[in-house]
Design a protein around this ligand. Sequence first.
Ligand code: ZN
Ligand code: ZN
Length: 246
Amino acid sequence: MYRLYYDFHIHTALSPCGDNDMTPNNVVNMSSICGLNCIAVTDHNSYLNIEACIKAAENNNLDLLVIPGMEVETQEELHVICLFPDMQSIKPFGDIVYSRLNKIPNNEKIFGPQQILNADDEEIGKATDLLITSTSIGVYELVELAKEHNGLAIPAHVDRGSYSIISNLGFIPPDLDISLIEFSRAAKPEELLPMIRKSTGKDFAYIISSDSHYLEHLPDASNFLEFEFKPSAYDVIGKLKGLGRK
Ligand SMILES: [Zn+2]
Ligand SMILES: [Zn+2]
């Protein structure tokens, strides 16, 4: 049995709230030091630093699988982690998301730079539109859009009081086609799951991720998924898609 120690919610220096030290090499090396063997790079509404992170993991010969992801803010201003098996899948998805972002120029003095970096941690550009705003994509449409691009959508940090599906909608709509939700590390699943079941009539599977914006917030390996063999990104996405489905 192979234990995949994961964290499916990590920001880089591209996210305005992500620390400038969250460079591709720092993120993958620190994740590896923490004992993780799978991370998802999930910047706000953008995929532009993922390839550099995948390459940095390869260049450093790390036993670390990097899954392409994005944290999308829906029309309802709630956050959803969208994960994909490869860059070919996330790019057209991400381009749609970006085209439907409510465009506000980034004010670096307030939000900091949104750095696009290469696999050597060199700045190769900046995202000029503020990435932490909502899109015009509603949560139902987003779930379908992720599916159409071979990925899956996972409502983020549902235990939190802001930008979560429960804080913003009051509950998880039972007819939303999801079976997996994300808790933050502070969450107590044993208390939350019965409440969620009561309000939706549904049982959900869950993952716990760190939502790290700083290197020191990257978690020690504790949450894992089990596989019969060492999985590829396709295997991981396939497993996540099946969690919670009867
Ligand atoms: Zn979030
Ligand atoms: Zn986040």
